[in-house]
Design a protein around this ligand. Sequence first.
Ligand code: NLE
Ligand code: FE2
Length: 313
Amino acid sequence: APAPATQPAEAQATRPFRIPRSLEEVDNGQILGFSADLSEDHPGFHDPVYKQRRVDICNLARTHRIGQPIPRIDYSPEEVDVWRTVMTELQQLFPQHACKEFLRCWPMFGFSPDEVPQLEDLSAVLTRATGFQIRPVAGLLRPRDFLNGLAFRTFHSTQYMRHHSSPRYTPEPDVVHELIGHVPMLADPAYADLVHQIGIASLTADEKQIWHLTKVYWYTVEFGVVREGGGVKAFGAGVLSSFGELQHMAAGRAELVPLDVAAPLPRMSYKDGYQQRYFVLDSFEEGAAHLKAYCRTLHQHLPDDVRVAVGLL
Ligand code: NLE
Ligand code: FE2
């Protein structure tokens, strides 16, 4: 997930940035917040064993190089228990509350409650489906770097497990969120294309545009819901990966508002728990068309060599 950093000052709108010509030029070394340094309100803050585990897994991501296989993690029985709890709860909720694109892709990955999947294995399935690949990362990337990765059909993913004291919801991305929330959706060709377009739009975006694009991503890819067959279904990864949040969404207590991609969007927060308001698309097709039209307004200034590099030409 891209990190909601502090609101950029107007003056930063013209801050210089470099357009990456390849994935190698996308910086995945600068991590914001979380990472292995947990904040005081994190459920693992007082758990030194958990903190050390995070440091070890983050270090593997830091030393990973593009082209190498993603290191396999030997998840502990306690970590597998967290996975099992989440899987068991979510599997009961998905048939009724996940969108049809998710339900169609879900079986491709052979998820089992008894085993935490390995990034390397899911990445291979994903690449066959839509050309997307997974790259391990130590924590939250800066929004620009994260979104730039999507332009090269690369999804930066954490690999550590949420703390066992709160399986139903974690404020930050973890391996459950990435693999259950994001990966199946990225196997849907139309969805993958949309995410790719958002990534391309980030390449030449100035700070102000990056900030808006991050919010667009946040309220759709992370927390979007869609109307389907008279009901409302989850397609946002943050809803799909948290059984607490999915139950909250399904209970219908949150407000539903239509998304206007060009209008100013509310501030994002990791800290406030479940969303009190979801942006709802009338259909995935229509929503994607609006989002892509917005992205194209940002594609105008792309140099030709970059268009070629990201597969637009
Ligand atoms: N709240 C989500 C979960 O518990 O899976 C993670 C959201 C990350 C943006
Ligand atoms: Fe995410």
